[in-house]
Design a protein. Structure first.
Length: 256
């Protein structure tokens, strides 16, 4: 009963990876806060030929193993196993999870890794997928050895060992990439300190203020010229016109 519960838990884990879900990495007890994968490589960063060759070899081997595993799983006759129906159902569920992972999730994350060969995050995603795949695959191999044919057991055991080899190669590659990134960080820090030490130091400018200097008098304003005022000229009659006589005052009447 305990082995069935463990197998069911591994199937759920592999199913989550097959659906493209991102599982959080466990946090060590001595650390606090989220754990991130450092050292992601930009797509524009140059990658050495040796590094690309190494990665292509790992992925090519992994693709061949995935193809062989799918063919070996198809040949399984779980319905003929001499065990109870619940165990057969669990084995079929495990096989279905492995097939979906090999056909969907694994090729996708391998393509992402090819586009960024030295990206530690992409490398770790492939490694973690293989880790979950190896656990569920190991359960199927164990069941095939107990209830299946000898040929099925041997074929699946070979596939399982091949997955384990790819997983170890990826772990070794991640260790090498991490060491290279750490060495690069140390080199850049050293170069920065050297540049800062050799940079010329310009002394600050001093401004001397004399408190005994008398204050400057404001400049005298120049007298401004008053604008000329013009008196309007008397209007003259136009040429050829006779000026109008002055208005006559009324003559007062004599008293009677």
């Amino acid at each position: 009963m305990k082995s069935k519960l463990i197998t069911a838990g591994l199937t759920v884990l592999l199913g989550a990876v097959a659906l493209g879900q991102t599982l959080p990495a466990p946090t060590p007890a001595a650390e606090t806060g989220p754990v991130s994968v450092p050292g992601q490589t930009s797509s524009n960063a140059p990658v050495s030929y040796a590094s690309v060759t190494e990665l292509n070899g790992i992925l090519a081997q992994l693709e061949a193993t995935a193809k062989n595993t799918q063919a070996d799983l198809v040949r399984l006759r779980i319905e003929r196993w001499k065990t109870d129906g619940a165990y057969k159902k669990q084995a079929l569920t495990n096989v279905d999870s492995i097939q979906r992972n090999l056909q969907g999730a694994l090729p996708e994350i391998m393509t992402q890794l090819r586009s960024s060969p030295e990206d530690l995050g992409a490398t770790f995603r492939v490694y973690r997928n293989l880790d979950a795949l190896y656990d569920v695959m190991g359960s199927v191999v164990e069941s095939a050895g107990a209830f299946g044919s000898k040929d099925d057991f041997q074929a699946l055991s070979t596939d399982l060992n091949a997955f384990e080899g790819s997983r170890k190669q990826l772990a070794s590659r991640m260790e090498g990439l991490s060491s290279a990134k750490e060495a690069e960080i140390v080199r850049l820090r050293t170069e920065l300190k050297t540049a800062q030490a050799s940079a010329p130091v310009t002394p600050p400018k001093k401004i001397i203020v004399d408190d005994n200097e008398p204050p400057k008098k404001p400049a005298a304003k120049k007298p401004g010229t008053k604008p000329k005022t013009t008196t309007p000229a008397a209007t003259k009659p136009a040429t050829g016109q006779t000026p109008a006589p002055p208005a006559q005052q009324p003559v007062p009447s004599s008293p009677h």
